[in-house]
Design a protein around this ligand. Sequence first.
Ligand code: PGA
Length: 260
Amino acid sequence: MRAALLVANWKMHGTLGEARALATSVRDGIKRPRGVEVVLCPPFTALPAVAEVLAGSPIGLGAQNCHWEVTGAFTGEVSPAMLADLGCRLVIVGHSERRQHFGEIDAQVNLKLRAALAHGLTPLLCVGESADERRQGLTFTVVEGQLRAGLGGVSPDDLGRCIVAYEPVWAIGTGVNATPTQASEVHGYLRGLLSELASKEIAETVRILYGGSVKPDNAGELCREPEIDGALVGGASLQAQAFLGIVRKAAARGGATPKE
Ligand code: PGA
């Protein structure tokens, strides 16, 4: 069984002081995680401070975005090599806010994902349909297009190093989460595509997270679905107690904890 993974996406929140305090509370609340992995993705500016807080703890560090080149004249950008240098192990690529507000297209997402892999980072590829697309019955078409494009040119072995997050745009920051059934059917579909792109064995190892208004009171039922391997959490990850509540619910997911 795939161990559950909880990724906190702090988005553009947190001065250094706030980031240190939040990371410290999360770290102190998760001494010995069982059956669950946790990664915090603070804004770039807080990465070194959060890295310091998390040093020696089982909680990983991740970033919310990256460029695809190693160095160069790309004002305002941060390369995967720089993130790896700071101790990041994961980077989110293709988040819908990047696609919506910054015009990021699939081809760029693919370059970022491959650059992340090349620098030993785990890419967390986000896919998801808008409310309109769902109404028009385009959910599977949209997520399939994003998944295939995002993973284009990636070898089966490298595909096994990726994580996917299904984040319906209509569920992000709205308080309206996808139901476990809605999420499960998309996750199942994505896993089928991963089998086709790599192999059934590799697809079975790839974690597919759900994201979009995950809270302590819905995390349990979402994470109990066999196809949902954890969550990408935005708003609720900014409050230590709420995030810890989600981590506990995910850890309690059947079978994730090795049986004695
Ligand atoms: P949310 O955000 O939990 O605030 O809905 C999720 C995300 O954007 O990753």
